[in-house]
Design a protein around this ligand. Structure first.
Ligand code: BG6
Length: 487
């Protein structure tokens, strides 16, 4: 791997502490970082290098998957870290930053490969990108890359504006947009699961699939993020990005060769085939909900409107369910049901594929057979389950569902940020969102945002600790289906 300078904006923030430093450290332990590298932490606070290294050490001790054991290795890692105080809006600050980076590159005798990671509030993305350009930081003789994380815009127009600004300083192939769902090991496994198993590959279309259900339910509420969440809601926070990414990864057509370019093209192609909803259609195909008071695992919890920082009459969606259709030859007439919500009964991210059950007739009693279900559990466990029908001779030969399952050993599994940072350092963008994916996702969501803003569809209150509003069940019942497992 090329030697690099990893420039981390927002290095004293929460994400850096919890995820980014631990990810870098685990990559280092696994010898997945280049031989020579330096990390430059940036932030408003004043730290000496030694103080900052101590801060990083604390973050590793608290949050790293592997706790620092050998002092020597830890010191070797910390030794690569420097700190530079920077007000990101202030032009002059970047001159000193460039000097520091150049000094480090000279000391280590490494090429000018610079990775800029913007772990800062999105309103700073464009100013930082343009300062990187103006200051000459981006004029490298090696490569430069930019890592940013959602939200990419607030709606279609602001996303386009942001992208336009970023594109003044970075080319599309230099921008790595993190969607941490794409870093989850089971999500990265999806394409292999279908591509490498003829059993599934042969069945992966409307010929055999009755519907696809994608769920991301959480038990947590808005936590301390009301300021952000009140302007976002579940539709922007989860649906526009994570949920549509899960859909793309599940339903894209497999390219003849699995390469970064082909996978991204197929994802884009899939989004282009997604049937657009008009604002009016939204009421028939989308359900929005908000949690009321209730009980989560035996603990009484407050309604969303009673959470600190939330408007007492807030109409923000903490739950969204939608029925989508892909208008192409393979998926025509297969409904895709997606739902995500906070304060639901359980934490579970999963994809369930329900197969058509056209073979039950020979047995006369059609009710005995259950549909074949393939469930890909992404969170909290990483598990694949296949539900089949089998005859139980101990029960008079009755047909019964049997489950075959396979679990990944989560304790050994790298974290999403490790996988993603490693890929970005190698320049592999397969599991990052391309601009066209982001734009098309906003295009699909935009009429729904408008319908929400104009209150064209009801806001269903659901008790905390439930499976969400009944209306989300009706979305499936209209085609004779139900959410699996049975709720
Ligand atoms: C984040 C959202 O992107 O994803 C949060 O902003 C949400 O609101 C989180 O809680 C869920 O991620 P995970 O990995 O816990 O499913």
């Amino acid at each position: 791997m090329d030697p690099i300078t990893f420039v981390l904006f927002g290095s004293t923030g929460d994400l850096a502490k919890r995820k980014i430093f631990p990810a870098l450290y685990n990559l280092f332990l696994e010898q997945k970082l280049p031989q020579s590298f330096s990390v430059i932490g940036l932030g408003r606070k004043t730290f000496t290098d030694a103080e900052f290294q101590h801060y990083v050490e604390q973050s590793l001790r608290t949050f790293s998957r592997r706790k620092p054991e050998a002092q020597e290795r830890l010191e070797e890692f910390l030794d690569c870290i420097r700190y530079y105080a920077l007000d990101v809006t202030n032009k002059e600050g970047y001159v000193g930053l460039l000097k520091l980076i150049q000094e480090r590159e000279e000391q280590l005798n490494i090429p000018e490969n610079r990775m800029f990671y913007l772990s800062v509030a999105p309103e700073f993305f464009d100013v930082i990108a343009s300062r990187i350009k103006e200051s000459g930081l981006g004029d490298t003789k090696g490569w430069k890359r930019l890592i940013i994380e959602k939200p990419f815009g607030h709606d279609l127009q602001s996303a386009r504006e942001l992208n336009h600004k970023l594109s003044q300083s970075f080319e599309e192939d230099e921008i790595f947009r993190i969607d941490h769902y794409l870093g989850k090991p089971m999500v990265q496994n999806l394409e292999t699961l279908v591509a490498a198993n003829p059993l599934l590959k042969a069945l992966w279309s409307n010929q055999y699939i009755a519907n696809i259900q994608i769920t991301a339910s959480e038990t947590v509420g808005v936590e301390e993020r009301a300021g952000y969440y009140e302007t976002a809601g579940a539709i922007r926070d989860m649906f526009q990005n994570h949920m549509l990414q899960l859909l793309m990864m599940t339903a894209m057509h497999l390219p003849a060769r699995i390469t970064e370019k082909n996978v991204r093209q197929q994802k884009i192609h899939l989004l282009k085939s997604l049937r657009r909803l008009s604002k009016k259609d939204a009421a028939n195909h989308v359900v929005r909900g908000q949690y009321g008071a209730g009980d989560i695992q035996g603990q009484a919890v407050a309604a969303y409107r009673e959470e600190p920082g939330v408007d007492a009459f807030s109409m923000t969606d903490t739950f969204v369910a939608a029925r989508l259709w892909i208008d192409d030859f393979f998926w025509n007439e297969v409904p895709i049901y997606i739902r995500t919500g906070k304060r639901m009964k359980e934490k579970s991210t999963r994809i369930t594929v329900e197969f058509k059950d056209r073979f039950k007739e020979p047995y006369g009693n059609a009710n005995q057979a259950v549909p074949n279900l393939l469930t890909i559990q992404i969170n909290p466990d990483e598990k694949i389950t296949l539900q089949l029908n089998s005859k139980n001779l101990l029960h008079n030969g009755q047909m019964e569902p049997v489950m075959m399952d396979f679990s990944m050993d989560a304790s050994q599994m790298p974290e999403a940020y490790e996988l993603l940072i490693f890929d970005a350092l190698r320049g592999d963008a397969t599991f990052f969102a391309h601009w066209e994916e982001v734009e098309l996702a906003w295009e699909w969501v935009q009429p729904v945002l408008e319908a929400f803003a104009e209150n064209q569809l009801p806001l269903h209150l659901y008790p905390s600790g439930s499976y969400g509003p009944a209306a989300a069940h009706r979305l499936l019942e209209e085609q004779g289906f139900r959410w699996w497992p049975d709720e």
